[in-house]
Design a protein around this ligand. Structure first.
Ligand SMILES: [Zn+2]
Length: 299
């Protein structure tokens, strides 16, 4: 008996760690967001992610690469470790689950292996909603994250593709983050959410991504890092202020869509927003289902 237990113990431990990372089937919504780098999901869906999480829904943010060239001074393993720790700290503030895949930054390709990887992650999370960048974003890693999620959008329902992970009987709703790119077609919002109630929390989360914003990431430079504490405070305030302006601009850009969901009076008082476009692949929710998937409009 003892020997049998010893043989099975490693298997049991592995199973427990794996099962622990997937939330229970408790009827709550299950959302998985993909970004190319350990900051993309936090920028694009941190607000609505925190709002879902506050209502007990299950949100996971996945960075498809490890971000190991995303800095002007540091690179490689030490930077990957630092960025993973930063993303974990940010996601803890947002109340969401964090995963950073160990693929080199700047080298993501839409391979069959990566299609399987993304398919498995969506299935394991038993996602109702999957969010990703559009495949015409400026950065190759963003583009291929978009392509990989599109490639998985139908395959998650196909039983004999990756038969090691149970397929999804209900195709999730796939959504895109907003971007400014016009060709071949501009982003068109299908749903817009006021994130005023979580703006401080989402700015705190972005504040935790020090290497990217405070230090400037890949395009930063030494002069961004003042040694004088007063100037450091100024730098932090500037980073926070710039993000605040970004979400204000989004509320302005998506005001008409906010009005559809909140009514025109309420929409005019909304200061910060996030918006998403429904991907043509995956399930197509009508307005009524969108209100169930985004249970925030009566507030
Ligand atoms: Zn990125």
């Amino acid at each position: 008996m003892k020997r049998l237990l010893l043989v099975f113990l490693p298997v049991l431990t592995l199973y427990a760690a794996h099962a622990g990372s997937v939330p229970p089937d408790d009827g709550k919504l299950r959302i998985i967001c993909f970004g190319a780098h350990p900051d993309d999901c936090e920028i694009q869906a941190g607000g609505v992610g925190a709002m879902w999480s506050a209502k007990g829904h299950h949100v996971k943010l996945v960075s498809v690469t490890n971000g190991d060239i995303g800095h002007w001074r540091d690179a490689g393993g030490p930077l990957a470790k630092r960025r993973k720790a930063e993303a974990e700290a940010a996601d803890q503030i947002l109340g969401v689950t964090c995963e950073v895949l160990d693929i080199h930054d700047g080298e993501l390709l839409p391979t069959l292996d990566n299609r399987r990887l993304i398919t498995r992650l969506i299935r394991e999370w038993k996602a109702d909603i999957v969010i990703a960048p559009r495949p015409n974003d400026y950065h190759p890693d963003h583009r291929y994250t978009g392509v990989l999620v599109q490639d998985a959008a139908y395959m998650v329902t196909v039983p004999f593709f990756c038969p090691d992970v149970p397929y999804l009987k209900n195709n999730p709703v796939f959504l895109y983050y907003p971007d400014p790119f016009q060709k071949p077609n501009p982003f068109q919002p299908d749903v817009a959410v006021a994130t005023d109630s979580v703006i401080q929390k989402r700015l705190d989360a972005l504040d935790a991504l020090v290497s990217q914003f405070y230090e400037g990431g890949a395009n930063g430079y030494p002069e961004l890092l003042p040694s004088d504490p007063a100037k450091q405070k100024e730098r932090r305030a500037k980073v926070r202020g710039d993000f605040e302006k970004r979400y204000e601009a989004q509320a302005q850009r998506f005001r008409a869509k906010l009005a559809e969901f909140y009514g025109p009076d309420k929409a005019n008082s909304i200061r910060y927003a996030e918006a998403f476009e429904i991907c043509e692949y995956g399930r197509h929710p009508d307005q009524q289902e969108l209100k169930k998937l985004f249970p925030f409009f009566g507030e």
